[in-house]
Design a protein around this ligand. Sequence first.
Ligand SMILES: CC(=O)SCCNC(=O)CCNC(=O)[C@H](O)C(C)(C)COP(=O)(O)OP(=O)(O)OC[C@H]1O[C@@H](n2cnc3c(N)ncnc32)[C@H](O)[C@@H]1OP(=O)(O)O
Ligand SMILES: O=CC(=O)O
Ligand SMILES: [Mg+2]
Length: 531
Amino acid sequence: MALKLPQGVEILAPVNPEFEAILTHDALAFVASLHREFENRRRERMEARVARQAELDAGRLPDFLPETATVRSGDWKISPLPQDLLDRRVEITGPVDRKMMINALNSGAKSFMADFEDSNCPSWENQVAGQINVRDAYRKTISFASPEGKQYRLNDTIATLILRPRGWHLMEKHMKVDGQIVSGALFDFGLSFFHNIHYLVENGSATYYYLPKMESHLEARLWNDVFVFAQKALNIPQGTIKATVLIETILAAFEMDEILYELREHSSGLNAGRWDYIFSCIKKFKQNRDFCLADRARITMTVPFMRAYALLLLKTCHKRNAPAIGGMAALIPIKNDPAANEKALGGVRADKERDATDGYDGGWVAHPGLVPIANEAFTAVLGDAPNQIEKQRDDVVVSAADLLNFQPEAPITEAGLRMNINVGIQYLGAWISGNGCVPIHNLMEDAATAEISRSQIWQWIRSPKGVLEDGRKVTVELFRALTADEVTKLRAEYGNRWTKQYEDASRMFDELTTSDEFVEFLTLPGYDYID
Ligand SMILES: CC(=O)SCCNC(=O)CCNC(=O)[C@H](O)C(C)(C)COP(=O)(O)OP(=O)(O)OC[C@H]1O[C@@H](n2cnc3c(N)ncnc32)[C@H](O)[C@@H]1OP(=O)(O)O
Ligand SMILES: O=CC(=O)O
Ligand SMILES: [Mg+2]
């Protein structure tokens, strides 16, 4: 059956019979209405990012905005939270893969972030099948049979589903409205809202979102206006949608109050998205001769600028009666090595204990095997209380200088450089093959962690401080020599799993790292390699 397309809408991809239930005339008309209403403003925001980057490149450091001082000093709170978002002590995250969604919903976590973003490769198949999975998960009808014959279905008690659409920078190239391709964010949000909001509201819930990679409160205002428009269009009471914003750019860290304020009717707090945050610091200060970070593994949550960011986020949220949700340790359970496994689990435990004792209301885990650990750490502090939002952190004082105290700068090592190359190529190869989240060297790797790897090398090559601890300057020549070596090793290790996609990934990694122009997101050129 051919799709019935609304006026001005084109779908430039195969539509299998299952997809027709998602790509209905009315759902596409709704996405088209979002596009027509908001695309110009989205573009303006993207242009504002470019202008702001030019200022940073010229040496102007970020600071808290003078024009919004009254928002920061004002006495306001976000609107009350719905019942099913009060207790978020453990949130599991993962791509919108059918089997993994069932596992995540059953994992014992209080909430599950179904991810169309960092852990998802945005192929047409993944995006539309993901919407089918989300629809079935909301209706609790989702099931799956593995090729090995294992049956998957939902338990009686499951996690609350929160959906993360793509960020404002990503497009959905398979849908056009009036000749323009549509925003990935509006496509993901629009379809999920259209198909599910009435069902959820009738059942005492709503569609909840995580909003990624924003760089200013004006981007949050845009999301808020999208929510107001969408609720009005579908006759849903204003304030029904709730959204948690990931503070995962250095610029957003200077506008946390303002972001909560813009979304105050629709806010469900902030999350410390640590991996993109590190990437953003590297990207925003890429031209700054004073800026240079040590090996990726050294940039932990306890280094000065990360600690300042985490504490300011917590303080800001609780002042506004909003949940503060911790980010993710990249450690995952390790099979067949009990000692290494114990160490990894200990690392996750320490991470969650620090967040819980600081005052966070919950935190992210990457894997069902980590849910009990995070649960123990938060329950030790929360007990039976759903959260600790009442815990004020007036003792925390964080200045602009604290947020910009980029230590440590050393060591930068050959092992660290090799690791960035090795992980970056493996991740890109998996991503181009359709998988946005993979275990590499016993760590969870996704688009955000891979961005750190590639941007660090770009920056080390160009910064006068990009010098290995043995005195060698990081250069294109050194990078290429080590890359050749790493690729040789990887080819041998992968054998016939080393497909064309990994050759493409190696070439793309070289381009990303050696081209003079810094590519904003690796997923932008990456998108040309899929579908
Ligand atoms: C920076 C950020 O944005 S963080 C947020 C984005 N990142 C994520 O969401 C990470 C999601 N995690 C994952 O994708 C996976 O855990 C990986 C890729 C890191 C590791 O995956 P694997 O090596 O396959 O894990 P492993 O083999 O131990 O899995 C065991 C079982 O747990 C399941 N599982 C693992 N992680 C998850 C998850 N996050 N959600 C649901 N199920 C999961 C597997 O599907 C598997 O199920 P099965 O036994 O029924 O077949
Ligand atoms: O999205 C989360 C992050 O750490 O990046
Ligand atoms: Mg992120």
